[in-house]
Ligand binder design. Structure first.
Ligand code: 5GP
Length: 190
């Protein structure tokens, strides 16, 4: 019998360009299911409920958590984030490759819950580059920026837990590498 479709977890410091790499991957592979996390973080301008995140109140988040609706959940930069379990299970059972963008705690928790999940770390060419990108994005206030930069140093130190490391200097190349990892997993499970 064919093994279930692969679950790919993508992590990386805030500002490493994860979102852009994943977006490019989806242009090449629109069939891949991307998990939409629930979060208590307020939406940034341009973010849409149901597409970028499910933006929920803390009360609602905790109720979802208590009902066991999350595959994993974590507090990141002072907000709660959780991965809804059911949509991922449905996608995998339909033979669709699934992808979730999670922080390192989420990646590790997912690996514990699903040992054959594949963890991919996307890193910027250098930490200096990351600070510049994060500043340039202009989405964070000074406190959040400094928190994210500190956490980035920790994440880069912990990258040893990942199965693959992709350096994002050129988006096209990084997305191509991510696609290769995904296809390798799909082939191995057929
Ligand atoms: P942001 O606030 O920039 O959208 O995301 C902050 C961090 O939370 C990123 O590292 C992102 O990958 C992570 N994240 C997003 N959704 C989840 C989730 O459902 N679970 C966990 N553990 N981390 C998440």
């Amino acid at each position: 019998m064919a093994k279930p479709a692969p679950l790919i977890v993508v992590s990386g410091p805030s500002g490493a360009g994860k979102g852009t790499v994943v977006k490019r991957l989806l242009e090449m592979r629109p069939d891949v299911f991307v998990s939409v996390s629930a979060t208590t973080r307020p939406a940034r301008s341009g973010e849409r409920h149901g597409t970028d995140y499910l933006f929920v109140s803390t009360q609602r988040f905790l109720a979802m958590r208590d009902r066991g609706e999350f595959l994993e959940w974590a507090e990141v930069y002072g907000n709660l984030y959780g991965t809804p379990r059911a949509p991922i299970e449905t996608a995998l059972s339909q033979g669709r490759t699934a992808l979730a963008e999670l922080d390192i705690q989420g990646a590790q928790a997912t690996k514990r819950a699903k040992p054959d999940a594949v963890l991919v770390f996307i890193e910027p060419p250098s930490l200096e580059d990351l600070v510049l990108r994060l500043r340039g994005r202009g989405t964070e206030d000074a406190e959040s920026l400094s928190r994210r930069v500190k956490a980035s140093y920790e994440e880069v130190k912990a990258k040893g837990v990942y199965d693959h490391i992709v350096v994002n200097s050129v988006v096209e190349t990084a997305a191509g590498e991510l696609l290769r990892i995904l296809e390798e997993q799909e082939k191995a499970r057929r």
